[in-house]
Design a protein around this ligand. Sequence first.
Ligand code: HEM
Length: 361
Amino acid sequence: MENEIQARAAHLAGIREKAEAEMARMGIDAAFIDRLVETFYGRVQAHPRLGPVFDGRLAGRWPDHMEKMKRFWSSVAFKNGAYGGKPVQAHLGVQNMTPELFPQWLELFSQTLTEIAPGKAAHDWFMATAERIAKSLFPQAQVRYQAVTSQNRMPLVQNGTVDLECGSTSNTASRKEQVDFANTTYITEARYAVKKSAGIESTEQLAGRTIVTTTGTTLVPRLRKLERDGLKFNLIMAKDHAESMLMVAQGRADAFAMDDNTLAGNIAMLKNPQDFRIVGTPLGREPIALMLRRNDAAFKQAVDAEISRLIQSGELRAMYDKWFMSPIAPANVNLNLPFPPSLETAFAQPNSDPAEAYAMP
Ligand code: HEM
């Protein structure tokens, strides 16, 4: 046992000596590492984009960070075990850490080395090492966008062209036979858009009235079921959502039945959105989720972990308020769609249950 420990210590000492000799050949010593860290992070603080991101996290802790980074680079260069932290965890949740910052970090590091490194070999060694570590720290740094349609979105996910599809895609049991879904991020509730002046506040008050919906949508069977369940009304079809909405605006129908987010969008496009509201017991609910390939548990887990982080930090709720409860460019339209209680439940217990698991009211 003692021999083993001695042998291991000798092995480590050997690695360290070799590293020191390699660094010495390039002119890198402890004093240079101190100077590099101080100069580089001095410039980071003054950098218009990187400065605020670092400051946001390190305000009041800069001296500690400098010491830590000296130990980190000393450990990487001289293999002396001076640093024993967890850099991947340390970077998680750094606010506003967007992918385009990495090239800027590397560029600034390279400029600093060009000015103060003892030679080209030292510059190249630090850059190659930083790039390698950056890749392992931030493997997600590359994002490419690709537009999809309702027709091609599933095939493109299935054939691997697209890793993650973000649209108003419902998670359904039949789709799940071909693709997978991340945890639910929105739940549509099918309800009714009415004129405020009509005095309609509940589904029951639609008895004897005219309801319009858009032909070919899942609302048609849902309304037929409502009829079978005993509510008598006159059902008419319009060719698209805009026409359905117009029928209510012009008084040719009393209510437009559709998913609440579609209703909110169509109300917002009217000249007088404040004259309309969305009412009634939901006719049905459908979970909306990011679509991803099937049988890739590690990828699904990574996506779900990020969604959970966004829920816990409140960022997802802030995104909701930004897009659904505030004016949005270019027309400064406010959809005014309050956060649905059913989504509150889904956020409290994240899951990727399909629409079939949502009981029809
Ligand atoms: C856009 C690029 C980067 C940004 C914005 C960034 C930001 C930060 C911030 C804010 C911290 C402090 C975390 C805390 O103590 O709460 C930190 C720590 C650290 N960073 Fe970075 N970083 C970047 C790139 C890099 C790269 C490329 C490396 C390695 C070559 C690196 C290595 C480290 C290490 C070792 C720590 C200390 C982790 C610990 O607490 O043990 N960072 N970084």
